[in-house]
Write a protein that binds this ligand. Structure first.
Ligand code: BV8
Length: 255
C-alpha cells in the first residue's frame, strides 16, 4: 500500500484539538478498503446486471422480492467476511480523543460498530437486521422453508432487510439526532460519500451554516468539495490515521 504524503493544514489540527464536538458522516467509501463495494461501483458477478438504486426500492421488493432478498443475502455474506479497516478504527479511536463525537453513517454494513465505535447513528438501517415487511418489527429467527424471502413467524408477511430504501423515510429519531449534531458541532467530517443521497447529503451544509469547519475525505471530488473548509484527497484508510496522528500523535495509528 502506498502511504500518501498528506500535509494536514495547521488550522485543521488546531480546530480538531480545540473542538468540543466533532460530527462525522460516513458513506460507502469508508468501507471500500474493507473490500465492500461502494454503493455506486459496478456490482460484480450476478449483480452486475442490476443498478443498486433500482434494487433498493419498495417497488423492486414488491415486483421481485426474491431477487431483492437474495441481493441483500449476498451483501450480508460479503460484509460478514469483511473486516473493519484503518478508517473505521481511526473513527473508533477518535471517540477517545475529543470531548464529544457523533458518528453518523449512511452505511448498512455495521463495520463501525465492529471496529469499536459506540452509539453509531445508522441513517439507512443495517442489513444484518431483518424486519417483517408488514409491521417493521425486528425478526431474529424464522422457519427456513423454500420461501424466498422467508415469512414472518407472527403474520406470514414477507421478511425484508431493516434498511431504508429510496422513497422511504429515514428513522425520524436518527435523522433528528444527526441534524442536531450537524448544527451543534465545531468540526464536521464528511468521509467516503458522494454527497448525493438526501437527506444525509444536506448534513455538511447544515454544519457549515452553523459555523462548523467542514472537512471532506474522499479520493474524488464531489458536490461538497467546493464548499468544504478543508479537502483531504485520498483513501479514508490512509487519510484518517494521518489526520489523527498529525493532531494527536496518536500512538498505534501511524499514517
Ligand atoms: C427520503 C440503504 C422522504 C439501502 C440507501 C431531495 C432531492 C433529490 C432527491 C431526493 C430528495 N429527497 C429525497 C430524495 C430521493 C432520494 C435521493 O436522495 N435520491 C438520490 C439518488 C438523489 N432519497 C430518498 O429516497 C431517502 N428518503 O428522503 O424520504 C422522501 C420520500 C419520497 C420522496 C421524497 C422524499 C432515502 C435515501 C436512503 C436510500 N438508501 N441505503 C441499501 O444500502 O441497500 S442509500 C445508499 O446510498 C447507501 O446507503 C449509501 O451509503 C448511500 C449514499 O451513497 P454513498 O455512501 O455516498 O456511496 P457512493 O457509492 O455514492 O459513493 C462512495 C464515495 O466513496 C465516492 O465519492 C467515492 O469517491 C468514495 N470512495 C471510494 N473509495 C474510498 C472513498 N472515500 C474514501 N476512502 C476510500 N477508500
Amino acid at each position: 500500500m502506498h502511504t500518501i504524503s498528506l500535509a494536514i493544514p495547521l488550522g485543521l489540527i488546531h480546530a480538531l484539538r480545540t473542538a468540543q464536538h466533532v460530527a462525522v458522516l460516513t458513506g460507502a467509501g469508508v468501507s471500500a478498503e474493507s473490500g465492500v463495494p461502494t454503493f455506486r461501483e459496478a456490482q460484480t458477478g450476478l449483480w452486475s446486471q442490476y443498478n443498486p438504486e433500482d434494487l433498493a426500492t419498495p417497488e423492486a421488493f414488491r415486483r421481485q422480492p426474491a431477487v431483492v432478498w437474495q441481493w441483500y443475502d449476498w451483501r450480508r455474506r460479503l460484509v460478514a467476511a469483511a473486516e473493519p479497516n484503518a478508517a473505521h478504527r481511526a473513527l473508533a479511536a477518535l471517540e477517545m480523543l475529543v470531548p464529544r463525537l457523533t458518528l453518523i453513517t449512511q452505511n448498512v454494513d455495521g463495520l463501525h460498530q465492529r471496529a469499536g465505535s459506540t452509539d453509531v447513528i445508522e441513517l439507512h438501517g443495517n442489513l444484518q437486521r431483518v424486519v417483517c415487511s408488514r409491521d417493521h418489527q425486528v425478526v431474529t429467527s424464522w422457519a427456513e422453508t423454500e420461501d424466498v424471502p422467508p415469512r414472518c413467524p407472527q403474520c406470514q408477511a414477507l421478511l425484508r432487510p431493516d434498511v431504508v430504501w429510496f422513497g422511504e423515510s429515514l428513522p425520524q429519531r436518527a435523522l433528528q439526532a444527526a441534524l442536531d449534531a450537524a448544527r451543534d458541532c465545531d468540526v464536521f467530517l464528511s468521509v467516503g460519500t458522494s454527497a448525493v443521497v438526501q437527506p444525509a447529503a444536506s448534513l455538511p451544509y447544515e454544519a457549515l451554516e452553523h459555523g462548523a469547519i467542514t472537512v471532506e475525505v474522499n479520493p474524488s471530488a464531489t458536490a461538497l468539495t467546493e464548499h468544504a473548509t478543508y479537502v483531504l484527497p485520498g483513501p479514508a484508510g490512509q487519510v484518517l490515521p494521518a489526520l489523527l496522528h498529525a493532531a494527536w500523535h496518536e500512538p498505534g495509528i501511524a499514517p
